[in-house]
Write a protein that binds this ligand. Structure first.
Ligand code: HEC
Ligand code: HEC
Ligand code: HEC
Ligand code: HEC
Length: 196
């Protein structure tokens, strides 16, 4: 390692990072998506935070709808894409059904549902049983992505044609395209009665 030039070290470093991000997405087996209705069976009670209801009002639930706007059509046209609501190049990040790929992958989820619970928390088929969900280690072993913030930059990156490098302003006044702490606050759906 000590004989390696900085350029090469940097290349290897970046390769490892890109590899880690890809592995995260590749580990998510499309056959294991359960759909928001299943999650909602247990996560829609007001006293435990109504995660289903909070998500339904969040931008992620509208991610497919957004691809039908004039802004989306304009961004797509620049890339030679006619209909963004039918293009894998957009749906890979605007829907869970495409599972981070350019083709429809999950049969239990429709592209129209946008970005659902499982894009952040991982496909739920194997962890959504009550006795597994109550045990964080067992949930993670069964496919729960924890912390869920590990998922954000699979989509919140400069591959989005509407990426704005100055979307977020940090406390020190500098700007960034994605600030995980601020972004999580905008979509948070805590369970007030969960033991911490
Ligand atoms: C049979 C009921 C049930 C179903 C179905 C269910 N959950 Fe849970 N889940 C629970 C319980 C109980 C807990 C533990 C208490 C809590 O944090 O709400 C939990 C906890 C969680 C947590 C916190 C985990 C941790 O340890 O940090 C997440 C995230 C979660 N569920 C997501 C989901 C998602 C996504 C789905 C759908 C794929 C789902 N759940 C389906 C019952 C369920
Ligand atoms: C790499 C993932 C990714 C891809 C690919 C992608 N998007 Fe997005 N898109 C996002 C994210 C993330 C946002 C939310 C804005 C943000 O925080 O950067 C977004 C937001 C948008 C918005 C709302 C305006 C805005 O900037 O908030 C439009 C319109 C849009 N995308 C259109 C498209 C179109 C059209 C395509 C296909 C040509 C596409 N996107 C492909 C991730 C992606
Ligand atoms: C955009 C990503 C994203 C989506 C979509 C999303 N979550 Fe979460 N969720 C998070 C993050 C981030 C946390 C904070 C804890 C963590 O990092 O795991 C969280 C926390 C939770 C918790 C634990 C709450 C607590 O305080 O113990 C539950 C339960 C949960 N989510 C369920 C759901 C369900 C059900 C859906 C769909 C209806 C959903 N989430 C959609 C990102 C997401
Ligand atoms: C599967 C792709 C995907 C993942 C994973 C994802 N997002 Fe998003 N996110 C989007 C898209 C697409 C939009 C644009 C939705 C729209 O405007 O229709 C968006 C919009 C947002 C917005 C509103 C725009 C903004 O930046 O203010 C916030 C906040 C946000 N996401 C936070 C998060 C956080 C926090 C995580 C991780 C816990 C996360 N997202 C994970 C695709 C994703």
């Amino acid at each position: 390692m000590s004989k390696m030039g900085w350029g090469l070290r940097l290349m290897i470093g970046c390769g490892v990072m890109a590899g880690a991000v890809m592995a995260q997405a590749a580990d998510r087996d499309a056959a294991n998506y359960a759909g928001t209705k299943m999650c909602g069976i247990c996560h829609k009670k007001a006293e435990s935070g109504d995660q289903l209801g909070v998500w339904q009002k969040s931008p992620h639930a509208k991610a497919f709808e957004t691809l039908g706007t004039p802004e989306a059509k304009e961004a797509a046209a620049k890339l030679g894409i006619d209909n963004p609501q039918a293009s894998g190049k957009c749906l890979k990040c605007h829907s869970t059904a495409y599972n981070f790929t350019e083709t429809l992958a999950a049969t239990k989820i429709k592209p129209e549902e946008g970005v659902t619970c499982e894009s952040c928390h991982g496909p739920g088929k194997n962890y959504m049983k009550k006795e597994i969900m109550q045990d964080q280690a067992k949930s993670i072993a069964a496919g729960l992505v924890h912390p869920a913030t590990d998922s954000c930059t699979l989509c919140h990156n400069d591959q989005n044609p509407t990426w704005k490098a100055d979307r977020y302003t940090k406390a020190d006044g500098t700007t960034t395209g994605f600030d995980v702490d601020q972004a999580v606050k905008k979509i948070e759906h805590p369970n007030p009665s969960a033991k911490k």
